[in-house]
Design a protein around this ligand. Structure first.
Ligand code: AOS
Ligand code: ZN
Ligand code: ZN
Length: 430
């Protein structure tokens, strides 16, 4: 039995007010799309089937290395984080799974946690391990590396933690382990660049060996930070080479903020898919580095082009193509619930626009080397305001037509500010 956090009456009240205008806009868009041979209801059905996971840590306020400004009423533990994630899903109907992070989300009863999530209408997505921070009472420090450490006992500890994450994930109903390591160096000569990768591969193989048959290990790459001279898994090349060496259950994970500025990420997506190694995505946006800004807030066109490749991949799947989509953002100056509502909408909108691309026209123009018409096939779809399709899909699924207005009307955060204990440094990432 589900027990959703926002009053169904409040959602209904808001929707009743907004429905006449939405119906008008939806039908007007439907008529326009029909002229191009597109059935708006069919697009809506595909949009309704799309979902993206939210990260448990994203429910808390993020920060920078300079400061973190907690928000009154933000969650301080996994139970409160789940409640907030349930609000996001109840209103958006697009985020039914939470991606947990260990040991941050550690509890004594994982079967109980799974039930608690289910009662809130949520399941669990990829489990994230953490060997980029030391934990209280930990025997060996990760100060100079984890899976690639020169110290065998440190590597063994990092491997054991990842295997524990798999075990926890099994109890939660997850099927993916995401591994991101901060391992790397700050000085030329600090470590042997070849041997550190060798040690990483050896440790990663031990984790891989512990994966259940239907699980995948997602290797997240990142160019720099926390290491500023070299990172062990710095780019998609390192990630795919490692994934190929580990085996078929190892895949690559693309975080949009983990590349050098202006890198053609959509091309990376196409490359990874070509080799059956596209495993997952962390959505965010960036201006300078791994800024973890809200999806689509800086470069929505890039997000659309990424989805254009993902739709191409859907049409020509290789192996078990089931990308794990997750929002990975740091909400430093907004209410995290509002940011994730807005981001889920931005991400889904880009998926909808990519569906609208006239594939026959695009492929025909590509074959004929008609550059302008190929570009126009993308441009036409990008220019469509798909808002009414998303809103109608949400409405029909029981969500809110206007997610932010309904959230604000619910007074969720002010109420939680009264009920929840003060956060200290809070639950978000720094
Ligand atoms: C780090 O930069 C990566 O994006 C991780 O995916 C994630 O943000 C981290 O595991 C949470 O701290
Ligand atoms: Zn990430
Ligand atoms: Zn990141």
């Amino acid at each position: 039995m589900t027990n959703l956090p926002i009053s169904a009456d409040l959602i209904a009240e808001n929707n009743t007010r907004l429905l006449p205008a939405l119906e008008e806009d939806y039908h007007a868009l439907g008529r326009k799309l029909t002229r191009g041979g597109v059935d708006v209801d069919a697009v809506k059905t595909r949009v309704a089937g799309f979902s993206v996971a939210v990260p448990s840590w994203g429910a808390g306020r993020g920060g920078t290395r300079f400061a973190k400004f907690p928000l009154a009423g933000e969650p301080t533990n996994i139970h409160e984080k789940l409640e907030d994630c349930a609000v996001i899903n109840q209103l958006s109907r697009a985020t039914p799974r939470v991606s947990p992070h260990f040991p941050w989300d550690k509890v004594s009863d994982y079967a109980g946690l799974r039930q608690e999530a289910a009662a809130l209408g949520l399941g669990f997505d990829a489990v994230n391990s953490n060997t980029f921070q030391d934990q209280p009472g930990q025997a060996h420090t990760y100060a100079t590396g984890s899976l690639s450490s020169t110290d065998a006992a440190t590597r063994a500890q990092a491997v054991a933690h990842n295997i524990e994450c798999i075990e926890i994930g099994r109890q939660l109903g997850s099927r993916d382990l995401t591994v991101w390591v901060g391992d790397g160096t700050n000085f030329p000569g600090q470590q042997d660049l070849g041997r550190s990768l060798e040690r990483y591969l050896d440790a990663a193989a031990q984790i891989y060996a512990a994966l259940p048959d239907d699980w995948r290990m997602l290797l997240e790459y990142k160019m720099f930070e926390p290491a500023f001279y070299s990172s062990v898994i710095s780019d998609w090349g390192s990630s795919i080479l490692a994934a190929q060496e580990l085996g078929p259950k190892a895949k690559c994970l693309v975080d949009l903020g983990h590349h050098a500025p202006n890198v053609n990420i959509e091309q990376i997506v196409a490359r990874l898919h070509r080799f059956g190694k596209l495993g997952g995505f962390h959505f965010n946006d960036s201006k300078y580095g791994d800024d973890d800004l809200d999806s689509g807030s800086i470069n929505p066109h890039q997000l659309f082009l990424v989805f254009n490749e993902l739709v191409e991949a859907e049409l020509a799947p290789r192996g078990d193509f089931r990308p794990a989509y997750m929002i990975d953002q740091s909400h430093n100056v907004t209410d995290p619930i509002e940011s994730m509502l807005s981001s889920a909408e931005a991400i889904t909108a880009c998926y909808a626009k990519a569906i609208l691309v006239d594939r026959a026209a695009l492929h025909g123009a590509q074959e004929a080397n008609d550059t302008m018409m190929a570009f126009q096939a993308l441009r036409r779809a990008y220019n469509v305001d798909v808002g009414p399709i998303l809103a109608m899909a949400r409405y029909e699924a029981g969500g809110a037509i206007d997610v932010l207005a309904t959230y604000r009307a619910s007074q969720w955060r002010p109420r939680k500010a009264q009920e929840r204990k003060a956060v200290g440094l809070g639950a978000g990432i720094i």
